[in-house]
Design a protein around this ligand. Structure first.
Ligand code: APR
Length: 307
């Protein structure tokens, strides 16, 4: 199992470490324009291999030839999102990087290769990656709801003092201010959270979930990397082990939820082909309104891009 990670910064290196420790790959290629960072990160991870009990080959490079025929390409390459930076500014910078990275992946990948996009704003960047590579929609998936749901699951677990893994939550919509946490589908040990928490408490949790990424960014001065990396690894595991987990991810809609030609977060089944199928859940009027707002936000970013 060969997995290439483009961008060996904080998120990329954290993903590589988890993949090696969990023995999900026997070959990891770390690519970065900063070749020293890629090479150094690879060496640092290899130095830990005897203690971490893996024999994974890890290569750090700026050369895409090493990434030929990977099962998965994980795109984390991007400019840092500084506090106060608008999503539009971030998109303009990262879209250029995504075009270059996608052209390279298109050149070295094969017909089975799949791409997971992490670079923000992820819904709009995934659109760029799909357009440039020409991959069908099963093979381009963005990280969004798994991370947002993980944050919501943690806050619910913290409030009830129970194990976070006991909590389920689904967050759909855009990965950002317009995410839509679906409260009625959140349960703890199978019990709807509406039976365990007051309406005010749930509201508080929803708001804190929406601000989860921003809170980390404001607190430490750069964006989160541990929870994003763990979320991506859950997606990777479902794909390469064909687990067919239902996970909320950003995917290209073709009529589902009444939406066409846009990436947005919805519950999907992830398996060996990547996106196996999209699950359409019932939304109430308020959720539909918020979902539409997030679609409009993504569209406002991608409408001017000429691909
Ligand atoms: N090709 C390859 N690598 C690139 C390119 C490029 N064209 N442009 C930038 N990079 C690399 C940078 O050199 C850097 O090492 O991408 C890496 C990004 O790493 P960090 O700045 O540490 O950012 P990180 O915290 O890992 O976040 C990456 O994930 O969650 C999202 O919003 C986050 O978009 C961001 C991405």
């Amino acid at each position: 199992m060969k997995i290439t990670i483009v961008g060996s910064g904080k998120v990329g290196s954290s993903i590589a470490r988890l993949l090696a420790i969990k023995q999900l790959a026997d070959e990891i290629v770390l690519i970065d324009i900063n070749e020293g960072l890629a090479k150094g990160t690879a060496l640092d991870l290899l130095h830990a291999s005897s203690i971490d009990h893996h024999a994974c080959r890890i290569v750090g490079t700026k050369d895409y030839e090493f990434a030929e025929d990977s099962e998965l390409y994980i795109i984390t390459a991007g400019a840092p999102r500084n506090p106060g930076m608008s999503r539009k500014d971030l998109f303009d910078k990262n879209a250029k990087i995504a075009v270059e990275v996608s052209e390279n992946i298109k050149r070295v990948s094969n017909s089975r290769s799949k791409i997971i996009v992490i670079t923000n704003p992820v819904d709009a960047i995934s659109y760029v990656v799909k357009k440039v590579t020409g991959f069908d929609r099963r093979r381009v998936i963005g990280l969004s709801g798994v991370l947002d749901s993980a944050r919501m699951r943690f806050y619910i677990a913290q409030e009830l003092d129970v194990a976070p893994e006991n909590v389920t939550a689904i967050v759909i919509g855009g990965h950002g201010n317009h995410m839509v946490p679906l409260v009625k589908y959140s349960t703890v040990g199978g019990i709807p959270i509406t039976q365990l928490l007051s309406r005010e408490k749930i509201e508080e949790i929803v708001e804190r979930t929406k601000r989860g990424g921003a809170e980390v960014l404001e607190t430490m001065g750069f964006s989160a990397f541990s929870a994003p990396a763990s979320s991506v690894v859950e997606m990777i595991e479902s794909i390469i082990k064909n687990k067919r987990k239902i996970l909320p991810c950003s995917v290209y809609l073709q009529g589902e939820y009444g939406v066409n030609d846009c990436f947005i977060g919805v519950p999907v089944v992830l398996g060996k082909n990547g996106l196996e199928r999209i699950i359409e859940v019932e939304l109430d009027e308020e959720e539909k309104k918020k979902f539409l707002e997030s679609i409009n936000e993504v569209r406002s970013l991608i409408e001017k891009i000429n691909l």
